[in-house]
Design a protein around this ligand. Structure first.
Ligand code: PMP
Length: 441
């Protein structure tokens, strides 16, 4: 290896991955790693899935690429039909892109164009939540709720303000019911709208289950419904970012299905291509699409690889695997086993404050003191030590740390393939517990 590639870190040279097999990745030295996070919640079918390989070979033999400025293609049309057939109510159109940030970027631009076309061009602001991640391109970055990611790139192009996330473990008060907590935290959106002037806001964006930045934190019951009501009251578009939590990860095809709340736009990516192809999608309400169709008739946006036939073929095969192997049921079943196993092994651990999540999307939050929920000193970089020790032991997991609001500590996100077996879950929990103990010792 020449070392000419650079990624995030200029200091680390990672091992060379050469093969994948089921829930494992294998490096050039033959070492096997259990993929406990599906990379970054991507590899939902595991590695080297036969249907995916066959579908991609077959598509490659027929047609690899046709620019959407001239053509549509059978796999792209089929994919859009299949997504809409299962989509939350009101979502009727699909805009295909190449990844999560592109999907979020498209959502923000479409929201803006929609309001310009319907004569409400004063609506330009976005409201999002702290401790959220929506991508790294400039618009998506503006929406993201991590100040430290944004600060060096400001001023950002989309004026965004951030309200509190729905984060029961840290914010629900003594004696407060889940419902009352959900209402109280959702009402921060109303307060923020009043502060900004509701007519200046075009959209509110959130992840129904927060992924990377907080470690699989689901909204409490009733929260998303209340958010929906507030958006409706003020004519603000609701965008659910399901790039990480969507595509079956929570045991429902779309995470918001469990909450029975439908957004105006919904983004998916990661599990949509399952790592076999880069692909993302923006699902859009009929009302937004129709307004553009009856107005300019042209969304002023686009990418070279949108609707890519190979990517769409991969996504169609992913949907077929989920449907024909009943993988949503598997996610619910194995997700419960993972949750139980984590609680048995780590539930009484003096430094595990919270275990949470839905389906095969689980988070473990580490605290220095369980009583006060005080996080570890960020200078210890506990999450990075857990990641390194787990990796040495042959486990890929997704730890993150931060001091957002001065409170959020270290956590580990788990998002294994939907095909994970009981024995692999036992291995995952065992290696994770060992890495946590090793890192804290
Ligand atoms: N939104 C969410 C919720 C994500 O988790 C991510 C990726 N971690 C993105 C957007 C951005 O996706 P991508 O990295 O594919 O651009």
């Amino acid at each position: 290896m020449t070392g000419h590639i650079f990624g995030r870190s200029t200091r680390i040279s990672p091992p060379v991955a050469v093969a994948g097999e089921g829930c494992y990745l294998i490096d050039a030295g033959g070492k096997r790693y259990l993929d406990g996070s599906g990379g970054a919640a991507v590899s939902c079918l595991g590695h080297s899935n036969q249907r995916l390989r066959q579908a991609l070979h077959a598509q490659l033999d027929r047609l690899a690429y046709a620019h959407t400025g001239f053509f549509t293609s059978e796999p792209a049309e089929t994919l859009a039909d299949r997504l809409i057939a299962k989509a939350p109510e009101g979502l009727e159109r699909v805009y295909l892109v190449s990844g999560g940030s592109e999907a979020v970027e498209a959502a923000i631009k479409l929201a803006r164009q929609y309001f310009v076309e319907i004569g409400q061009s004063q609506r330009h602001r976005v409201i999002a939540r702290r401790q959220s991640y929506h991508g790294n391109t400039l618009g998506a970055l503006a929406a993201g709720g991590n100040e430290w990611r944004r600060v060096q790139f400001g001023p950002l192009l989309v004026e965004t303000s951030h309200i509190a996330p729905c984060y029961e473990y840290r914010d629900r008060q003594e004696g407060e019911s889940l419902e009352a907590y959900g209402r109280r935290v959702a009402d921060e959106l109303e307060t923020e709208l009043q502060r900004l002037g509701p007519d200046s806001v075009m959209a509110f964006i959130c992840e129904p289950v927060v992924g990377a930045t907080s470690g699989a934190v689901p909204a409490v019951p009733g929260y998303l419904r209340r958010i929906r009501e507030i958006c409706d009251r003020h004519g603000v578009l609701l965008i659910f970012d399901e790039v990480m939590c969507g595509m079956g990860r929570t045991g429902h095809l779309f995470a918001c299905d469990e909450d029975r709340v439908a957004p105006d736009m919904l983004t998916i990516a990661k599990g949509l291509g399952a790592g076999y192809q880069p692909i993302g999608a923006l699902l859009v309400s009929g009302a937004i699409y129709d307004a553009i169709a009856q107005g300019s008739g042209f969304f002023q946006h686009g990418h070279t690889y949108m609707g890519h036939p190979m990517a769409a073929a991969a996504a169609n095969a992913v949907l077929s695997e989920i449907e024909e192997r009943d993988l949503l049921a598997a996610v619910r079943r194995q997700g419960e086993l993972l949750d139980r196993s984590l609680r048995e092994r780590l539930g009484q651990h003096p430094h595990v404050g919270d275990i949470r999540g839905r389906g095969l999307f689980r988070g473990v939050e580490l605290v220095e003191d369980r009583g006060t929920k005080r996080p570890f000193d960020p200078a210890l970089r506990l999450h990075a030590r857990i990641k390194a020790l787990a990796f040495d032991a042959g486990l890929i997991c997704y730890p993150m740390g931060g001091t957002i609001d001065g409170r959020l500590g270290d956590h580990v996100l788990l998002a294994p393939p939907f095909i994970i077996s009981d024995a692999e879950i036992a291995e995952l929990v065992d290696k994770l517990a060992g890495a946590i103990d090793g890192a804290i010792a």
